[in-house]
Design a protein around this ligand. Structure first.
Ligand code: UD1
Length: 484
């Protein structure tokens, strides 16, 4: 599948996404690939007007094997890294999720050729940025996916200018990108903010010393990418140590970048004149894996997870062992069994290697089924307990006090109509439905689709009773709100 922008000069910018199959006016598809033409009106891409729901009947233990997909949060910066070179970058183990489609659309809107693997190669994508014409991330895209701002550093480094919409607030907190901006200024960029856009320019970035005020994952990634083509050395301190940062550094090094220290708090980058193409395999998704671990534990199942990296899940595994769960970890697989009553245990979200904020909602569902009181403290985002209210509607006993949620268990959960508010909150509702009494209907599952590849097929494959139902909405329905 190949994404081709209709008009590089933007003369026809209508909002429509068309599959080229059978239309002779489109670029001829290469063999084993399809071509998509995307037209933009103010950068807008109308999402398919389907408002899907999940219908889940709880009570089945999950038994069998689940293959974990590539990490969305590693794939997104890796795709942005392709901007740094005019040669093709081939990425493997790309998850088939909505955020990846959004990023493809973003790259195409800039003039990139994005070839999507098809059939057995569907998790591979080749990105060629040899003809970037429009260094802009429009509001219509950024508002549906904040990680679109990851193109800021690469665009500035490669093209000397970038125009990226400010993301605004989101469902889980304010989430500013001031640290990205401050860091780029330290590398010599001039940055103006007007009309809701960040306008950045620099003849050539120059190395600098950046100490992040706060640990930021995409901030570390954005600045690391920018510094690869800067003149001289950049030292970044108080960096994020997440596996996704390490994976991005591995790709950049394959592209010719000189980077040391990724995975520690201090990263050194010696800028080079030019980067070249590379082939890279994205790491497994630790949050998807963690979600299936909790699904197995909650349902008293016996699950084998393959294509995962247990080393990335240390804090979760340790916490679950404290709750009484038995987990056997191999090098790239895990087996989870649980036939015991779970014991309550407190968690406090931290940057890696601490307990991930992206697993907090799923852990809350687990805590409703643990014996005793679990105190969950959210330290990364200020408003990340939206799922608590929905879980309470299903029978959970949860009291939220500022950044703490106090969960008293074990309480039986009963089916209800519930609504997803953000990506990981939706996962917690799916988990709750798997153990609830009766049939739960979960609305707004487009949040799940942003980051979980065909979750209902994977769950069904190991014994869950889950089905997706669609509801057709008027074509120009509001785009989904944004999170995580
Ligand atoms: C990334 C992940 C997201 C995860 C989060 C925390 C991606 C695409 N998303 O998001 O799934 O939940 O890390 O692990 O990788 N902050 C500022 N100013 C900035 C940047 C961040 O104040 O310029 C604050 C944020 O508001 C937040 C904290 O820093 O309170 C951490 O955020 P950050 O690590 O940047 O999250 P993201 O990179 O957006």
């Amino acid at each position: 599948m190949k994404l081709v922008p209709k008009s590089p000069n933007g003369s026809s910018r209508k909002a429509e996404t068309l599959l080229s199959l059978g239309d002779p006016s489109f670029r001829k598809p290469v063999s084993r690939s399809r071509t998509i033409r995307i037209d933009f009106r103010d950068g807008a891409i109308t999402p398919e007007s389907l408002m899907d729901k999940f219908v889940i009947r709880g009570g089945n233990p999950l038994v069998g094997s689940v293959r974990i997909s590539g990490a969305k949060n590693a794939a997104l910066p890796a795709m942005a890294a392709a901007i740094l070179t005019d040669e093709p970058v081939i990425l493997e183990n790309i998850p088939d999720v909505r955020d990846i489609q959004t990023e493809r659309n973003l790259l195409v809107s800039m003039g990139a050729d994005v070839e999507l693997g098809y059939g057995r190669a569907s998790h591979r994508t080749t990105i060629s940025c040899n003809n970037l014409v429009n260094p802009e991330a429009a509001y219509e895209l950024v508002k549906t996916m904040r990680a679109s701002t990851l193109v800021l550093g690469p665009l500035l480094a490669r093209m000397g200018r970038a125009r990226v919409s400010q993301p605004g607030g989101c469902a889980i907190g304010a989430r500013p990108i001031d640290l990205h901006i401050k860091g780029l200024e330290r590398l010599g960029a001039s940055i103006k903010q007007e009309h809701g856009y960040i306008e950045a320019s620099a003849d050539r970035l120059r190395g600098g010393h950046i100490i992040f005020d706060k640990i930021t994952v995409t901030g570390t990634e954005d600045l690391m990418m920018a510094a690869t083509l800067a003149e001289g050395e950049t030292i970044m301190e108080n960096c994020a140590r997440e596996p996704e940062v390490v994976d991005l550094a591995a790709l950049l090094i394959k592209m010719g970048a000189r980077i040391e220290g990724a995975g520690t708090h201090t990263i050194r980058i010696h800028g080079v004149e030019k980067l070249h193409g590379a082939r890279h395999r994205i790491i497994p998704d630790r949050i998807e894996a963690g979600t299936f671990v909790i699904a197995a534990v909650l349902t008293g199942g016996d699950l084998q997870l393959t294509n995962c990296d247990p080393d990335h899940l240390g804090s979760l595994i340790q916490k679950l062992e404290e709750c009484g769960v038995s987990i056997k970890a191999g090098t790239d697989s895990m087996r989870i069994t649980n036939g015991h009553q779970l014991e309550a245990a407190d968690i406090s979200t931290e940057e890696f290697p601490g307990f991930p904020t992206d697993m907090q909602a799923q852990y809350m569902t687990l805590a409703t089924q643990s014996q005793g009181t679990s105190i969950i403290t959210e330290n990364i985002f200020e408003n990340r307990f939206m799922h608590a209210g929905e879980l309470a509607r299903m029978g959970a006993n949860i009291k939220v006090e500022g950044s703490r949620a106090i969960v008293r268990g074990k309480t039986p959960l009963s089916s209800a109509a519930v609504q997803c508010s953000d990506l990981r909150a939706s996962a917690s509702l799916v988990l709750a439905a798997l153990v609830a009494d009766g049939e739960t209907i979960i609305d707004r599952v487009y949040h799940v689709d942003r980051g979980y590849e065909r979750i209902e097929e994977k769950l069904k494959g190991v014994g869950a009773q889950i089905r997706r139902i669609g509801e057709i909405l008027p074509r120009r329905a509001a785009a989904p709100s944004v999170v995580a």
